[in-house]
Design a protein around this ligand. Structure first.
Ligand code: GDP
Ligand code: ZN
Length: 324
């Protein structure tokens, strides 16, 4: 294998032979310490676990003013961490009502629903808006298709959301269809599963990540040495190259703020209508003149029911006391 391609090409840091792995692309800018590119795969409060592109993992302590979360791309120089700019940021609201980052660099958000328990009204729509506003592709995963009402639920959601996103039918219990989740993440895409408690997110993760128990116990062992720390999110590699964020414990992600303009721009089902521009740039598709969304509702291309769901989501956002 030819080396080359190393940024700057400088090779200042003297290395003992055998220390440099083959295919090394670490650059030697800055103070001459080689920078190892990697990704944060777990966050332990005061430290992060970094998986290096060249292989191997190492825990790196954060400086007091440093923020890094699962999914972040980083450069590690010795003990120091440089966090690269991220896209696809997924947030949640903590117990005090503050928004916290769960994970970054997400490509796909799997919104998991099931015939039992059913998601609250507007849950999927809000998930779509949150994902799209963050530049993350939403996908609907209908789990527990073995249960009564499962196929009917999937059919109904395909009808509503099929034109806007992929709708998968899966069964974590039998493993049926779960490979489609891994396939949607192939090629190194990063995804997360969100959904109300009890729909089967953990079961899906277990079905997708073969040695999950092993990985979890290893992380616990690591995090227990030294100071007391808490794992808040973990990345798992899937067969096929994808990565899935374990978001166990973040059941309230859907409570993060969204702007009315984001709902107006990203509500699922309005895509075709919005290929034409509204007369007003800040149109909320309520009763404004020359609004292609309202025209589509009048023409029966968007159902009144979906428009009502949209208006309900707008109202919910406008009235913080009703927000959960
Ligand atoms: P989470 O809270 O979203 O992580 O949900 P869990 O993975 O803990 O699952 C909640 C319950 O649903 C458990 O009792 C699971 O055994 C059950 N469950 C998960 N997937 C399926 C499925 O595909 N079919 C059926 N019948 N039950 C499932
Ligand atoms: Zn409009």
């Amino acid at each position: 294998m030819e080396k080359g391609g190393s940024k700057g090409g400088a090779k200042r840091g003297k290395r003992k032979s055998g220390e440099t792995p083959p295919g090394d692309t670490r650059d030697t800018r800055d103070d001459g310490t080689p920078a190892e590119p990697g990704r944060v795969v777990a966050h332990h409060g005061v430290a992060v676990l970094v998986r290096f592109d060249a292989g191997g993992e190492r825990q790196i302590w954060l400086t007091p003013d440093q923020r890094a979360v699962a999914g972040d791309r980083v450069l590690v120089r010795g003990d120091r961490l440089v966090v690269e700019e991220a896209h696809g940021v997924l947030r949640r609201r903590d117990a005090r009502g503050r928004e916290r980052t769960i994970a970054t660099n997400l490509d796909l958000l799997g919104i998991v629903v099931a015939p039992e328990p059913r998601e609250p009204p507007g849950y999927i729509d809000r998930g779509f808006v949150i994902a799209r506003a963050a530049g993350i592709e939403p996908m609907i995963i209908v789990n527990k298709t073995d249960l009564e009402g499962g196929p009917e639920l999937a059919e109904r959601l395909e009808e509503i959301y099929g034109p806007s996103a992929t709708v998968l039918r899966v069964c974590a219990e039998t493993g049926e269809g779960v490979e489609a989740i891994a396939a949607a993440l192939s090629g190194g895409r990063l995804g997360a599963l969100v959904g109300p408690s009890g729909v089967g997110k953990s079961s899906l993760l277990n079905a997708l990540v073969e040695d999950l128990d092993l990985v979890v116990s290893e992380l616990n062992r690591r995090s227990q040495k030294g100071r007391h720390t808490t794992t808040t999110a973990t990345l798992h590699s899937l067969a096929g190259g994808g990565i899935l964020v374990d978001t166990a414990g973040f059941k309230d992600f859907i409570a993060v703020d969204v702007e009315t303009v984001e709902v107006a721009a990203f509500f699922p089902g309005f895509e075709t209508a919005l290929e034409s521009e509204c007369r007003f740039r800040d149109c909320l598709h309520r009763s404004e003149p020359e609004c292609p969304v309202l025209a589509a509702v009048a023409a029966g291309e968007i159902s009144e029911r979906r428009h009502r769901a949209y208006l309900a989501l707008l109202d919910e956002i406008a009235e913080p006391s009703r927000r959960r």
